[in-house]
Design a protein. Structure first.
Lengths: 223, 223
DNA sequence: CGCAGCCTTGAAAGCTATCAATACTAGTGG
DNA sequence: CCACTAGTATTGATAGCTTTCAAGGCTGCG
């Protein structure tokens, strides 16, 4: 049920039940198949989204055909909220499903009105967008201050923290090429880095499951 | 005068005079010398800032001593607004003056209260932070999809648009090494790229002033 | 069983960083 | 007014990392 899910989304944390219900009433369920495009860069803004299950890839395309994955979005995460407030509301990236994915679409207009009535929601939204700024700044720094190995190690350690899985088990959310692009690396390089970490005894790789067998040794690969 | 300046800051655009006056009353003037540090990464958040004159460099330091300039802030621009809304309010970057700089510091607390009373201000703030997200996404994409030449050309063209100086005159806001770092390039590479563009007849360089003599030819250097 | 997609591995090329030296500028003090 | 100096920018040569191109291996599905 939509309401159930919304409650666990940080953006809606701490909201009164009635507000939550109102949001849920507006939310439009959407399904997205594997490799299916939700919107393209430049499309006019209609609303933003909450992921219920599955994974979304936000990417930017170069004129050469290359693409860079800007972000990978998983369950209970929102995306495109910041587009609401741009002067020219059009999506700056492309969104595509990486697997069969269930979404909720939150249309711009009713949400916009709700913001004016509910300061708490607005405050949450500012927090969400601000965290995104923070993460992007980290990404920019990582892309210039760290080499490929450093970025991969940083990603693994961050994911181990966040997932909180004991024993340092990390599982890549999507196919490796997408993670590689997210980290600003070619798939081949990503594979080679993992191989080197494995040979060094820092990790064990089995399919998309990675065990951080020696986090300290792993951390030594950071610049 | 502070009030005069605030009026021209996008963040405060369209606000009632009384609100503007209130903000101005709280604003604390600060002076920053060349290379003087305003705050370091990790310092507890006290407030955010408006640049009156001069230039600020926001940078992130690696453990190796290297630094990456995340953003260059000029007159009438604000920075660190997004830090207000992080769960753990501490500055994620270092701010340093690149020249003698006049600032206004807007302390967190009174501002926070004002936000709850003034939806318009909150809306502006969301717009400002969202634009920052947008720019950062562009930066991330540029760092991975374009080579050094592409990023320099992109920067020159963007600055020519924004400055709106006729005849395509661009002047670098600060010393070249800072601009280079902002673009994710070493100073030597930046110098070489400019030299190549000059030899190709696309630009003329004189000190920190650059003339875009042939924007079309310049654009051909983009990937 | 065979095919398609994904991942891995190898070799070579390209771009950028790094190290080093020189030119240049601006600000300082004689 | 000129010489000096420190900071800044340019240029050259080399090394290193990553990308690119190519081929082989693995897996899951029809």
């Amino acid at each position: 049920m939509a309401l159930e899910l919304l409650r666990s989304v940080p953006l809606f944390a701490g909201l009164e039940e009635e507000v939550l219900a109102e949001v849920a009433a507006w939310a439009r369920p959407r399904h997205l198949g594997r490799e299916e495009v939700l919107f393209r860069a430049g499309d006019p803004f209609r609303g933003f989204f909450v992921v219920c299950s599955g994974h979304i890839q936000l990417s930017r395309l170069a004129s050469t055909g290359q693409e860079k994955v800007v972000e990978l979005i998983g369950p209970k995460e929102t995306f495109a909220e910041a587009v609401l407030f741009l002067d020219q509301p059009s999506y700056p990236v492309e969104a595509r499903g990486l697997a069969p994915t269930e979404l909720l679409e939150l249309p711009a207009e009713p949400f916009n009105r709700l913001l004016d009535e509910r300061p708490h929601l607005t405050r949450n939204l500012l927090g969400t967008v601000s965290r995104r700024v923070h993460r992007l700044v980290q990404d920019v720094a990582a892309l210039t201050l760290q080499d490929a190995t450093g970025r991969v190690v940083g990603y693994l350690l961050a994911r181990a923290d966040q997932a909180g899985q004991e024993g340092g088990r990390v599982s890549l959310p999507v196919k490796k090429a997408a993670v590689a692009s997210r980290l600003g690396v070619q798939p081949e390089t990503f594979s080679r880095v993992l191989a080197r970490l494995r040979e060094a005894g820092a990790i064990e790789v089995e399919r998309e499951r990675i065990r951080l067998r020696d986090p300290d040794r792993l951390a030594q690969f950071l610049p």
